[in-house]
Design a binder for this molecule. Structure first.
Ligand SMILES: NC(=O)c1ccc[n+]([C@@H]2O[C@H](COP(=O)([O-])OP(=O)(O)OC[C@H]3O[C@@H](n4cnc5c(N)ncnc54)[C@H](OP(=O)(O)O)[C@@H]3O)[C@@H](O)[C@H]2O)c1
Length: 295
C-alpha cells in the first residue's frame, strides 16, 4: 500500500487527494465527503450531547477540503441542518450540501416515508429556510413512498427544480428499475444506497450509476463503525500497512468505482481526520484483492 500523489483533482487539501466527481454535469466535489447523521442525539433524534463538538466537526471537515456534506430534514429532525448553518454559513462557493426529504419521524429510530407532493414541497421549503440557501444543490428523495405514485413524487421535485429551488435531484435506497422509472420523469443526478466492504447488495445500482454518469453515494460506508476502530476484520491488514481500519474501508470504496462518493459519519474531529486521510491512500492490486476477500 502506498500513499501517492493523486492522478486527478486538486492537491491543495486532504479531501481532494482522491480526485473529484462532477454531480449532474456541473457540481464538482472532492470524492471523499462527510455525512452528518452522527451529529444528533441517540436514534437520530434530538440534539447531540456535544453541541460545540458537532460544530467543530463540521468546521474541520471544510478545513480539510470536504465539500460534499450530506444531511436530511429527518436528522434530528432539523438538527443537522441547523448545525450546518451555524457552523458554516455563509457557505463557500464550492460547498455542496446534499439534503433529503420524504421521511417523517415519530421518535428515536422511527422513520416512515411520506411522499405526498405537498409534504415533499413543505420539507424542501423547510430545508431551504433551515440551511439558509435559495437553492438546494442536491435534493434526494430519502425513500420512495410506495403508497404514492412515483410520478407525483418525482414530478413535484421536478417542479421545484423548474422553479429554481433545487439544482439536482437524487434518489436514496432504490433499485435499478426505480432509477430508470424516475429518470423517465426527471433528470436524476445521484443515488445514495447502503454499500460498504461487507455489504455489497447494491452492486447492480453502483454499476448502473457509474455507467450512466450518476454519483453513487454509499451510506454506512463504515458499516456504522463495524469497519472502523480496533477489533474489526480490517485491523490486521491495517496494522501491517500503518493505516487504520476505517481508512482501508474508505480507500477500498474509493478504488471500487470513480463514481463512488463516500460520506463517512463521525461526531469526532479525530475520527474525521483519520477518515479524510483515506483519500490519499492508493491501494495496490494485491491490497485491494486482500480487502475484497474479507467480505
Ligand atoms: N440515505 C439513507 O437512507 C442513509 C441512511 C443512513 C445514513 N445515511 C448517511 O450516510 C452517512 C454515513 O452513515 P453513518 O454515519 O450512519 O455510518 P458510517 O459512516 O458507516 O459509520 C459511522 C460510525 O463509525 C464511527 N466512526 C467513524 N469514523 C471512525 C473512525 N475513524 N474510527 C472509529 N470509529 C469511527 C462513528 O462513531 P464516532 O462518532 O465515535 O466517530 C459512527 O459510530 C450518514 O452520516 C448519513 O449522512 C444515509
Amino acid at each position: 500500500m502506498t500513499t501517492t500523489s493523486p492522478t486527478s483533482g486538486s492537491t491543495t487539501s486532504p479531501a481532494a487527494a482522491a480526485g473529484t466527481f462532477t454531480i449532474g454535469g456541473d457540481l464538482t466535489v472532492n470524492r471523499l465527503g462527510y455525512g452528518t447523521m452522527q451529529l444528533t442525539g441517540p436514534g437520530v433524534w434530538g440534539a447531540p450531547a456535544d453541541h460545540d463538538g458537532a460544530v467543530a466537526v463540521l468546521r474541520r471537515a471544510v478545513e480539510l477540503g470536504v465539500n460534499l456534506i450530506d444531511t436530511a430534514d429527518a436528522y434530528g429532525p432539523y438538527v443537522t441542518d441547523a448545525l450546518i448553518r451555524e457552523a458554516l454559513h455563509p457557505y463557500g462557493d464550492d460547498l455542496v450540501i446534499a439534503t433529503k426529504v420524504g421521511f417523517t419521524r415519530q421518535g428515536p429510530n422511527q422513520w416512515i416515508p411520506v411522499g405526498r407532493p405537498e409534504y415533499l414541497r413543505q420539507q424542501t421549503e423547510l430545508n431551504l429556510r433551515n440551511l439558509g440557501v435559495d437553492r438546494i444543490d442536491l435534493l434526494q428523495l430519502h425513500r420512495i413512498d410506495p403508497t404514492v405514485p412515483l410520478a407525483d413524487q418525482i414530478g413535484e421535485l421536478k417542479k421545484l427544480q423548474e422553479e429554481g429551488k433545487v439544482r439536482h435531484i437524487g434518489l436514496s435506497e432504490v433499485s435499478v428499475d426505480d432509477i430508470e422509472a424516475a429518470r423517465a420523469i426527471a433528470p436524476i443526478a445521484s443515488v445514495q444506497n447502503l454499500f460498504n466492504l461487507t455489504n455489497r447488495s447494491a452492486e447492480d445500482v453502483l454499476e448502473y450509476a457509474a455507467a450512466n454518469g450518476l454519483a453513487f453515494i454509499p451510506w454506512f460506508p463504515l458499516a456504522t463503525g463495524e469497519l472502523a476502530g480496533e477489533g474489526t476484520p480490517l485491523a490486521a491488514i491495517a496494522a501491517e500497512h500503518g493505516s487504520t481500519p476505517s481508512q482501508l474501508a474508505l480507500a477500498w470504496l474509493l478504488r471500487r468505482s470513480p463514481a463512488m462518493l463516500p460520506i463517512p459519519g463521525t461526531s469526532s474531529v479525530a475520527h474525521l481526520d483519520d477518515n479524510v486521510a483515506a483519500a490519499a491512500i492508493e491501494l495496490s492490486d494485491d491490497d485491494y484483492a486482500a480487502l475484497d476477500a474479507i467480505a
